[in-house]
Design a protein around this ligand. Structure first.
Ligand SMILES: *Cc1c(COP(=O)(O)O)cnc(C)c1O
Length: 238
């Protein structure tokens, strides 16, 4: 199977899931997760029409941004989808469309300070640990609500929505309650901190759903899905 065919299949499945939920397929962005994959494969995927690519490690993201620039591949929008360690927040100051996984107030504060110093504004999502699993990063829903006044006071972050990693389950249906909970939380934030009063909070995105569960995530309102394996095949690590 070629990458172009994999991409077509994923897009067709996304469109069917959208239609089942009476949504327009145009509302949903596919981020192709290219971690561990070489630039040549990214270039092939871009040639097949894919625009958005995601990497979970900032060092690898930078390597690929630089290699892509050198290769003249300038159509790509890069997404930082992984956890950011506090000593690496400076690496998030780059040509990235969206930072998906701001998981603590401390990280948000550092990102905002460093962005402010370089005259930037960063588009970010807040990562929520909906399942409460200890292995997962992210704000608990309660801690997010408590942190919001402080988050909204930061000068250089724009809050574009929420992101989650659902628990790894055998049957994607089991992930549905977590996706639904994230959507409910976003609706609550839209009511409590409406964009009309908080222009730094646009709350338009729900980044949820991966290879195993992206269709269920779309049925539950995902506006961004992050898909690696179904496009590029299995990874050896990471
Ligand atoms: C690797 C990764 C994905 C994609 O996972 P697949 O199961 O290969 O689709 C999505 N989101 C994040 C944050 C990841 O690290």
């Amino acid at each position: 199977m070629t990458i172009a065919e994999n991409l077509r299949r994923v897009r067709a499945r996304m469109a069917q899931a959208a239609l089942r939920a009476q949504r327009s397929p145009d509302e949903i962005t596919l981020v192709a997760v290219s971690k561990t994959k070489p630039l040549a494969l990214i270039a092939e995927t871009a040639a097949a029409g894919q625009i958005d690519f995601g990497e979970n490690r900032l060092e690898e993201l930078w390597e690929k941004v630089e290699a892509a620039t050198e290769a003249g591949l300038d159509t790509v929008r890069w997404h930082a989808i992984g956890t950011i360690q506090s000593r690496k927040t400076k690496l998030a100051m780059g040509p990235f469309a969206l930072i998906h996984a701001v998981d603590r107030l401390k990280i948000a504060q550092r990102l905002s300070r460093q962005a402010d110093e370089t005259g930037r504004e960063l588009d970010v999502l807040l990562e929520v640990n909906v399942s409460g699993e200890e292995s997962k990063h992210g704000f608990s829903p309660t801690s997010l609500l408590a942190a919001l006044p402080a988050l909204l006071a930061l000068p250089a972050l724009r809050y574009c929505g929420l992101m989650t990693m659902a628990p790894f389950v055998a049957d994607a249906e089991e992930a549905r309650p977590y996706f639904r909970a994230l959507h409910c939380l976003l609706d609550e934030l839209r009511r409590t901190y409406p964009s009309a009063q908080y222009p730094q909070a646009t709350w338009q995105h729900l980044s949820m759903g991966m290879t195993n569960d992206f269709e269920v995530a779309i049925e539950e309102g995902a506006t961004i899905v992050r898909v690696g394996t179904a496009i590029f095949g299995h990874r050896e690590h990471n």
